[in-house]
Design a protein around this ligand. Sequence first.
Ligand code: FES
Ligand code: FES
Length: 193
Amino acid sequence: MTERVDDGVPGEVTVVDPGAGYRLDVNGRSMTVHDSFASESLLFVLRERLGLPAAKGACEQGECGSCSVLVDDDLVCACLVLAAAAVGRRITTVEGLGPVDDSGDPTVLSDVQAAFVAEGAVQCGFCIPGLIMAVHHLLDTVPDPDEEEIREAISGNLCRCTGYGRIVSAVQVAAGDRRALARTGTSAGEVAP
Ligand code: FES
Ligand code: FES
C-alpha cells in the first residue's frame, strides 16, 4: 500500500510504499529500507534498519541533539524526521564524514573528530556524534566563527559531561586548521612540503 508522507516542503508530498521497501541515499550510498512502517523516524531507520548506530537516541523529542544528521545541507534531528520523507535527499551521518572502506566503514577521523580527540573534548562520548555533525555544519557555513557563534551553533546539543569548554576549544582548533589548509594547502599540524 502506498502512503503519502509530508516531506516538510509546502505543497509537496512523497509517495512511498514502505512495506515494499524504499531507497535512501546515506553517506553517498543508495541503501534499501525493507519492512518499514511509514511512521518510522529517520533515527530508527538509520540505527535499526540500516545498521548505522552513530546517531544516538536519547530524548527522541528534538531536545538533546544526540541524533543530529545532515539532510541535504540542513542539520536536523533525525528523531523528528520521517525516514520515508527523506527519500531523494542526501543523508550524512558521522559514519560518512570521511573516506570509507568497501564496507562503508570510516577509515580516518574527520578534521573535527581529530580536533575533539586532540583537545580532550570527549568524555562518555554519547553526545559526540551529534556535536560533530553540528560543528561540521557550522564550519561548512561559517569558516571563522567566534566563540558566541560556536556556542550558539552547538546550543542544541546537550552534553552532561564536559562543561563545553574543551568542545569550544576543539571547534576553534578545527576552524584554524581549515583556514590554514585553505591558505597553504596544509593544516596547522602538518609541515608544508
Ligand atoms: S534524540 Fe533526537 S533530539 Fe534527542
Ligand atoms: S561527553 Fe558525555 S554526554 Fe557529552
